[in-house]
Design a protein around this ligand. Structure first.
Ligand SMILES: Nc1ncnc2c1ncn2[C@@H]1O[C@H](COP(=O)(O)OP(=O)(O)O)[C@@H](O)[C@H]1O
Ligand SMILES: O=P(O)(O)OC[C@H](O)CO
Length: 494
């Protein structure tokens, strides 16, 4: 038995590599932040070469830390920020434009045109998504429309499109393997989630040549093997899933009705709905969950665009904190927010509002509001946004959520977790390993190569570290939520 499974977790703000042992313990980890590019208000880009080089460097660093060799690693699982769109030349491997990041709003006008042409219902029906600039489809169209010669080269078969999983696999195999998995495909707004194929009608509506799209595979199978010198040998690449679906798997939410919420750059609540593609009546989206070969599973998802990113805003733009962890102590120095609410709709509002043009606000300011209140209101805003999607999820599923399994960078914040439990009147369960996204990718790869035999075996690895129980009166909860909803209504444009 090999010692480790490797997870490559390519997130919005950093690239990570974790080597897990069979029990899901972290044997070694390396992480590297990379540059966020904001060319204009509401636009967000990454340099695809930065994504690739940071991922390779953490891979070699994590191995070197424990002196692991390629032969110690049973397989690699890949997980990634979803929707982020990369188009590159298949002959040179050079991107034709920066990666357009999921948060980027530049294609809102294309969505408006689709809605005006009354195409939104058809897109929703086929893809499970509420048409929005968030998804990859309009981002690809934008690149083909704006980069000189790109459309012609794409039509000639010279350009390839990939989400970050595809880009990494293509580079790890030196251009030999061009694939994505069902979870990532389901975030493009080009994939028919019921028929499980690229949808010709939507491709022609957006004028995207099919020849630039990758082959779609399950989330747990061997796609190929690494072909790069840096890691000193070949390792099978045996799993891939978008980060939120990977986290659902890593939290062992294998059964219908099981739910997790991840607090990263954004917040993403997913409920496993088994083999049923449930359509939401409350502003959630239907997506494909990490699925084994031959069986497609689905999930309902509530996507909040700005969560941990608001804490980075407190640090980088307002200078109110030196680091994210400090926000916990500062928030607890005051008893409440003194009536202030922060609505961090920096890139519009996601679920359940889907308002592309809404922008953030601080509401309820009086002379006594100080910086601690603003920090606290920013942390509370994360829990309020999650509250809104939990209520939508409960209403869609008919399930009353008594527990919420959490993970992701900002789930380390005890203030947010306690406030979350209070505002939801639900018990929040934080596992020992909050690197659940990476763990999910490791499990998917491990199942494909026989490192793990079954999901039941994997479930044994889930351990509770701390639970947070509600400690707020019903009246208090009610009035705070009313205040939040008033603040959200002030910034909505529709
Ligand atoms: N102790 C903390 N309190 C609050 N937020 C935190 C804390 N630690 C990290 N974060 C936030 O978590 C986010 C990073 O989490 P991570 O799961 O790595 O996200 P991603 O995969 O989106 O890059 C950052 O936005 C950061 O501000
Ligand atoms: O990088 P994260 O963890 O914020 O996740 C981003 C999501 O996949 C976007 O849909």
């Amino acid at each position: 038995m090999k010692k480790y499974i490797m997870a490559l977790d390519q997130g919005t703000t950093s690239s990570r590599c974790i080597l897990f042992d069979k029990q899901g313990n972290i044997g070694s980890m390396a992480q590297k932040e990379f540059t966020q590019i904001y060319p204009k208000a509401g636009w967000v880009e990454h340099d695809p070469m930065d994504i690739w080089s940071s991922q390779i460097s953490v891979m070699t660093e994590a191995m070197a830390k424990i002196n692991a060799k390629a032969e110690d690693v049973a397989a690699i699982g890949i997980t990634n920020q979803r929707e982020t769109t990369i188009v590159w030349d298949k002959h040179t491997g050079k991107p034709v434009y920066n990666a357009i990041v999921w948060q980027c709003r530049r294609t809102s006008y294309i969505i408006d045109q689709l809605v005006e042409a009354e195409m939104d219902a058809m897109i929703r029906e086929k893809t499970g998504l509420i048409p929005d600039a968030y998804f990859s489809g309009t981002k690809i169209k934008w690149i083909l429309d704006h980069v000189e010669g790109a459309r012609e080269r794409a039509e000639n078969g010279d350009l390839l499109f990939g989400t970050v999983d595809t880009w990494l696999i293509w580079n790890l195999t030196e251009g030999k393997v061009f694939v994505t998995d069902y979870t990532n495909a389901s975030r493009t707004m080009l994939f028919n989630i019921k028929e499980c194929k690229w949808d010709d009608d939507i491709l022609s509506l957006l004028d995207i040549p099919k020849c630039m799209l990758p082959e779609v595979k399950s989330s747990s199978e061997v796609y190929g093997e690494t072909n790069i010198e840096a890691i000193g040998g070949k390792i099978p690449i045996a799993g891939a899933a978008g980060d939120q679906q990977a986290a659902l798997f890593g939290q062992c939410c294998f059964l219908e009705g099981e739910v997790k919420n991840t607090y990263g750059t954004g917040c993403f609540l997913l409920m496993n709905t088994g083999n049923k593609a449930v359509e939401s009546k409350n502003g959630l989206i239907t997506t494909i969950a990490a699925s084994m070969k031959g069986s497609i599973e689905y999930a309902l998802e509530g996507s909040v665009f700005v969560a941990g990113a608001a804490i980075q805003w407190l640090r980088d733009e307002l200078g109110l904190i030196e680091n994210a962890a400090m926000s916990e102590k500062i928030a607890m120095e005051v008893e409440d927010t003194n009536g202030a609410y922060v609505v961090p709709a920096f890139t519009g509002l996601g679920a359940p509002y889907w308002d592309q043009y809404a922008r953030g606000a601080i509401i309820g300011l009086t002379r006594g509001v100080n910086k601690n209140h603003i920090v606290r209101a920013t942390l509370e805003s994360i829990a309020y946004q999650v509250h809104d999607i939990v209520r939508a999820m409960e209403s869609d599923s008919g399930i009353d959520l008594k527990h919420l399994k959490v993970d992701g960078g900002a789930s380390a914040n005890n203030f947010i977790m306690q406030f979350q439990a209070d505002i939801l009147d639900t018990t929040v369960l934080r596992p020992r390993c909050i690197e659940t996204t990476a763990l999910g990718a490791a499990y998917l790869a491990g199942l494909a190569v026989g490192y793990y035999q079954s999901k039941e075996e994997i479930r044994e690895n889930w351990h509770l570290a701390r639970s947070f129980r509600s400690n707020m009166s019903e009246d208090d909860r009610y009035s705070r939520i009313q205040g939040w909803q008033g603040a959200v209504n002030r910034i909505r444009t529709k």
